[in-house]
Design a protein around this ligand. Structure first.
Ligand code: SF4
Ligand code: SF4
Length: 644
């Protein structure tokens, strides 16, 4: 007799619905980039890792959401009290694995590994969990994204995935599923190992408690030892005992007074468990999927806790998910909390809340903000909530006002929106418009893209104000302030993302009608907006300018992102000569590169040769020298001048 794949319709419907949902969201995201789904935000494994990171480092992993965190907590509660429900019903990899396995089962090429090979291979997932947990918890970055087959699939091998590792793990899932029953889940999946550790709660809980006591009594024991102890305890229990020390609230039970040992339940079990050999199924792979119970026709022979209430596991799972969503919507965890200076002893500490800080979107960007704030006298603390881009800044109210703090935090910016290659003598008009909703660099990017659509709008400068002041440079007589306000107050604009047109919603509003600040000619505008680069090295300050020469050459791409990044390496490259002491880019009547050198130590020809070296020699702080391609492009003839 063959087991019927369709007997367990509840599980089938849940699995199919989830896969359809994921595929639908993927298709929607593929056709409309504005509706791309963040699949990572619902991964409970990331949530548990993030919780570990929060407890150890005091920070959440980048891009982690409360949704993910509470899904992780619900998964842990579910596993401890009931079993591996997530694996049985929700895990998309588990579903694909199970279906592939069932599809190929008819060709009799799929086997269930048993005995020593099975037990030894089970160690693999604990090894992977150990490294994943260690690197994630100690870095606040989800390390497993590099190779996670789910993440690689739903992001189309996004930037966080290492291509070969993503392809390899997808191959392991697919090929493994075809030939070996649940190869990924049993032997590779770190979430499976983590679930088993929580199932093994009567061993895991004492380990955690001992670790906490050790830390409480003052021994600064690193978390790696806790991770190692938990992984070892899970692996040893699973491999040697083949069942866990668990709280058995729900178990598949077999009544041998009624069981005929026909084996149908074992055939139905996707995990390949010999169900009928148990009184209570304590096998580490059981996910309470209920396939075995649904398959059996003999009354009272098999059940869930000796009943036929097979609806209990999916209902519990649904309840846990709903509870997780409710909690996620009512709690928000800080991404970063820092206090410094004399925060503890200050009498008059106040805080301000800044909302819509879109550039605060993860732990890394929170840390950047913290480093910036630390340099501002009078500011003594910061809390960030990356999930809703919110920041609390603590300051000494005897020294600073809330306006001072906002001003110090604000970054004035300049953007050239159009370039005229032939440096025309056109006059530009400058209009100042206060803009609500313009604060963060990401707001600036939106406004830049909106303004750039008009070729007569040439530049944008932002300056602190409440609201922020936008200085907009336009070709004289071409655009009025009223037209600028119409552009700024559009509710959306379109932009191209990965070759597709995407509608982006925005919410700027202007105060007043705008005013004219003055006029400027185009070359002066370019000089004012030029993003100059300047590095002094090799004891530049010890030289008299009169003793130095300057090599100058046109550098048309000086302001490009690529050039600005590569200039750091180029600086290291030219610093090889002790007599080369400064490198800068300036706008004369066009962008140029200048290299200052001492002609007594190095010749102009030697310096010039550096410009065209095919490889840059980069000197590392640890003494190593690396080489990278020289991609900088200069134009025209080299000019040698006296330094001024
Ligand atoms: S529990 Fe039911 S399906 Fe399984 S062997 Fe016994 S009678 Fe057959
Ligand atoms: S023993 Fe039953 S409930 Fe457990 S995994 Fe197998 S079929 Fe599902």
């Amino acid at each position: 007799m063959k087991a019927n794949f369709l007997h367990n319709k509840t599980k089938l419907v849940i699995q199919a619905a989830l896969l359809v949902l994921i595929i639908t969201l993927l298709v929607i995201g593929a056709f409309n980039k504005a509706h791309t789904t963040d699949f990572e935000a619902y991964c409970p494994f990331g949530g548990i890792m993030s919780l570990g990171s929060k407890l150890w480092m005091g920070t959440m992993s980048c891009a982690m959401s409360e949704n993910q965190l509470f899904m992780g907590i619900m998964l842990v509660i579910g596993v401890i009290l009931f079993g591996k429900l997530f694996c049985g019903y929700l895990c998309p990899i588990g579903t694909v694995t199970e279906w592939l396995n069932k599809l190929f089962a008819r060709f009799n090429i799929s086997i269930v590994l048993k005995g020593k090979v099975d037990r030894i291979l089970r160690l693999g997932k604990y090894v992977l969990l150990f490294f994943t947990a260690y690197f994630t918890i100690t870095s606040s970055e989800l390390w497993c994204k590099k190779f996670d087959p789910y993440f690689a699939s739903v992001t189309g091998f996004g930037t966080d995935t290492v291509l070969w590792a993503g392809i390899l793990t997808i191959l392991v899932v697919v090929v493994g599923s075809v030939f070996i029953r649940f190869f990924w889940c049993k032997y590779v999946c770190p979430l499976s190992a983590l679930s088993n550790i929580f199932t093994n709660i009567l061993i895991s809980a004492p380990i955690v408690i001992i670790y906490l006591i050790i830390r409480l009594i003052g021994w600064d024991m690193h978390i790696i030892w806790l991770i190692l102890a938990l992984c070892l305890s899970g692996a040893i229990t699973e491999i040697f005992r083949y069942k866990f020390y668990s709280i058995p609230l729900l178990r598949v039970t077999v009544n041998h007074d009624h069981c005929t040992s026909c084996g149908l339940c074992a055939k139905a079990c996707p995990q390949g468990i010999d169900v009928y050999e148990y009184d209570k199924v304590t096998h580490p792979d059981c996910t309470l999927c209920m396939d075995c119970v649904k398959e059996c026709d003999e009354d009272e022979s098999i059940g869930l806790n000796q009943s036929k209430k097979t609806w209990i596991p999916p209902v519990i799972l649904g309840g846990l998910i709903i509870l997780g969503v409710i909690l996620a919507n009512n709690f928000s965890f800080k991404t970063l909390t820092e206090r410094w200076g004399n925060y503890e002893t200050l009498q008059n500490v106040k805080s301000i809340e800044l909302k819509d800080m879109r550039s605060v979107k993860c732990y890394g960007s929170s840390k950047s903000l913290y480093l910036k704030l630390r340099r501002i006298p009078g500011i003594v603390g910061v809390d960030t909530w990356a999930s809703d881009h919110r920041v609390h800044i603590f300051y000494n109210a005897d020294k600073l006002s809330d306006i001072d703090v906002k001003k110090a935090v604000f970054t004035p910016s300049k953007y050239i929106l159009q370039k005229f290659g032939d440096t025309p003598s056109d006059l530009l008009e400058i209009f100042e418009i206060p803009v609500n909703g313009l604060w963060d660099v990401y707001d600036n990017y939106d406004l830049v893209r909106m303004l750039m659509k008009n070729p007569d709008i040439v530049g944008l400068k932002t300056d602190f104000g409440e609201p922020v002041l936008a200085e907009i440079y336009v070709v004289k007589g071409s655009v009025t302030p009223a037209e600028l306000i119409d552009i700024i107050e559009q509710k959306s604009y379109t932009r191209i993302i990965k070759g597709e047109e995407v509608e982006v919603k925005v919410d700027f509003s202007c105060e007043g009608k705008g005013r004219k600040l003055g006029e400027i000619n185009y070359p002066d505008f370019r000089k004012d907006f030029f993003a100059a680069y300047n590095q002094e090295f090799n004891n530049y300050q010890n030289y008299n300018l009169a003793d130095l020469k300057v090599l100058e050459i046109d550098f048309p791409d000086a302001e490009s992102t690529l050039a600005r990044r590569e200039l750091r390496y180029f600086t290291s490259h030219v610093s090889e000569y002790d007599g080369v002491v400064r490198l800068q880019t300036v706008f004369t009547d066009r962008p140029v590169l200048r290299i200052y050198f001492d002609p007594k130590q190095v010749s102009a020809e030697q310096v010039e040769a550096k410009l065209t070296s095919p490889k840059l020699k980069v000197f590392q702080s640890n003494g190593d020298i690396i080489e990278r391609d020289n991609v900088l492009k200069f134009a025209g003839e080299v000019r040698i001048n006296n330094a001024q």
